[in-house]
Design a protein around this ligand. Structure first.
Ligand code: F6R
Length: 606
């Protein structure tokens, strides 16, 4: 999704901005641009497509200067094109923007009536003209304050101005924005990743705050124009691991990294000597928690769905799950006895953040499970549980999903023992099993060749289905999501027991269907459902686990066995072949695996 970089320096900045924009490529984008201020003029360079194209244009025309802003755009208003790429500049103002200006149509009408001419189809250009208009009669601070009052929606904005050549302005409402500090230069970025090659010292703006970034200092202002002091945070160095290693794609690296990332997370949370889970210092009495609501989007939502089964199984707490974009607009009954858990890899997903914000405004207990600990969701939750899996660059979430599952599982175990829903003996036994996961995940990765073979049929299919029961149902949803987003093959995840209530009609001769049926309590029932699919011509790839008893099924197309582990932990293993399946299907089709079309890593607009 869109990303912002700004620099105020005494040296030329375009090259540095372009390098920082490359750091933001993982977010997904369709065009890029940079504007610099030099000798009293604003110079823009913009292009459709990759930052690499922008770099090539820059190398030819050497448009440079000591003060500048850059942007990668993910289209919301107007098609991806050079014209719609940011920055959007008038003669005196240049603007980059993340988010959506909800009242842009009405503002545009007023501005056109006042004589402004628009070049692009974007909502952002309204900001450029609005500031230019206010600056006719006001100083810079008053103009920004007036602009903040007029704009509706969510935004992070970076601005440079011809008549204020010593400043870069940053404005935030709803979309994250960070300020970074360097030697005799300072920076603006949509997150700390954007600034990581330049500094690890950052300040995050809060909603309706703005800042003036000078070369040697930064001034922060509140929504009423008062000067404020803000904390400087040192961001963690673990974010520096962006190397693809020997892998062709980040996604392949991230799938194969999972034994290591799960081990790292276990190390953070499990005291192996005392066989205890280090989830402590809850800011509330956990015995007062009667219900848990788990909220997330996409893959993170699937980890919430999986955790529902665990929490129901191992504690007496009632559990509900919600998709953040639905939760935030529903009439919610907020209960004091409820704990709200927000799951988000990036910690910046706009809908998940809005759901958290709603809960905070209603004085609810909030906990977040995130990968990026400096993120907005982490910063604004009462309690944070990081997943410790290092930066995830591939747009399709893999290692973060397993990390989310692990933290949710450990949290469930901790709640269950603290509330005395399970015995100490059972708790310790489960800790022992969970410690086996890194080894079992590694062994399960050896199914790669078999999966690669099966992927051919999925890659060329018109459509496919993923079926499972119990814990395997959310994993079926996750497998289908991965295939859709990477190989662009229609895939539906379904509870296996629901097939005969409608979707069985979709099954036709040769349709590839994944059935997830490890030997758990649902096994026999799922195998019966599988048989119904096979009888109607479905070509079934069965994902089960190693066992001595043979599966009594006729006409099964292929079977892949993951390792064996206790039932609760099977989702960690059955997920692996599904990640590989989507990866190889996309690979066969030659798609851009790390940056699938239309998608972004960090979904900072609703
Ligand atoms: C799919 C995927 C997305 C994200 C979703 C939420 O592979 O990655 O569905 O899970 O956009 O993102 P986060 O976890 O950053 O809130």
């Amino acid at each position: 999704m869109c990303g912002i970089v700004g620099i105020n320096s005494s040296k030329p900045v375009t090259g540095v901005i372009i390098n920082s924009l490359k750091k933001l490529e993982y977010r997904g984008y369709d065009s890029a641009g940079v504007a610099v201020l030099n000798d009293g003029l604003i110079n823009e360079t913009k292009c459709e497509g990759r930052v690499e194209n922008l770099e090539n244009i820059f190398l030819k025309n050497k448009n440079d200067g000591p003060v500048g802003i850059g942007h990668v755009r993910w289209a919301t208003h107007g098609i991806p094109s050079q014209l719609n790429a940011h920055p959007h500049s008038s003669e005196s103002v240049s603007v980059v923007h993340n988010g959506i200006i909800e009242n842009s149509t009405i503002l545009k009408k007023h501005l056109i009536r006042a004589g402004h001419q628009f070049k692009s189809q974007t909502d952002t250009e309204v900001i450029t003209h609005l500031i230019s208009e206010y600056l006719k009669k006001n100083d810079l601070k008053t103009s920004i304050l007036k602009m903040l009052k007029r704009l509706h929606g969510s935004f992070a904005i970076g601005i440079i101005l011809k008549n204020f050549p010593d400043v870069v302005v940053g404005v935030r409402r709803g979309s994250p924005l960070a300020v970074g500090y360097g030697p005799n230069e300072n920076y603006l970025g949509s997150d700390s990743y954007a600034l990581k090659t330049m500094t690890n010292k950052v300040t995050y703006l809060d909603d309706d705050e703005f800042c003036f970034i000078y070369k040697d200092h930064v001034e922060f202002y509140s929504a009423d124009g008062e000067k404020i002091n803000k904390e400087i945070i040192e961001v963690s160095s673990e974010q520096s691991d962006y190397d693809k290693g020997n892998f062709k794609h980040y996604m392949a690296k991230e799938i194969h990294e999972q034994p290591v990332t799960i081990k790292a997370c276990l190390k953070e949370y499990i005291d192996q000597i005392n066989q205890n889970i280090n989830i402590i210092n809850f800011p509330w009495d956990i015995n007062e928690i009667e219900n848990i609501k788990l909220i997330g989007c996409g893959t993170a939502y699937h980890s919430c769905l999986t955790a529902k089964y665990w929490i129901e199984q191992l504690t007496n707490i009632e559990v509900e799950t919600d998709i953040a974009s639905e939760f935030r607009y529903r009439k919610n009954r907020f209960k004091k006895s409820q704990l709200y858990i927000f799951v988000s890899q990036s910690g910046e997903t706009a809908d998940t953040y809005a759901a958290l914000d709603l809960c905070k405004k209603n004085n609810m207990k909030t906990c977040s499970i995130v990968n990026v600990i400096e993120s907005s969701i982490a910063r604004d939750s009462d309690y944070v549980l990081p997943i410790h899996c290092g930066p995830e660059v591939g747009v399709a979430s893999t290692k973060a999903f397993l990390g989310q599952l692990l933290v949710l599982y450990l949290l469930t175990l901790k709640l269950s023992v603290e509330r005395k829903d399970v015995s100490q003996a059972k708790y310790k036994e489960k800790i022992k099993s969970v410690l086996m996961l890194p080894k079992l995940i590694k062994e399960t990765l050896s199914t790669e060749n078999e999966i690669q073979e099966a992927a051919k049929d999925f890659a060329h299919a018109k459509g496919s289905m993923f079926l499972g029961r119990g814990y395997s149902f959310p994993i079926a949803l996750e497998g289908a999501l991965k295939l859709k987003e990477l190989a662009y093959v229609h895939a539906e995840g379904y509870p296996a027991g629901e097939m005969k209530h409608g979707p069985l009609a979709l099954i036709e001769q040769g349709m590839p269907v994944v059935v997830i049926a490890p030997r758990d309590e649902f096994y026999k029932k799922t195998v019966s459902n599988m048989q119904e699919v096979i009888s109607r011509g479905g070509k079934v790839l069965l994902i089960s686990n190693k066992s001595t008893d043979e599966i009594s099924s006729e006409n099964l197309w292929k079977k892949i066995d993951v390792e064996t582990v206790n039932d609760d932990l099977l989702p960690f293993l059955t997920t692996i072949p599904l990640q590989l399946l989507a990866y190889y299907a996309a690979h066969i089709l030659g798609y851009d695996i790390d940056k699938p079309r239309n998608l972004a890593k960090s979904v900072t607009v609703e």
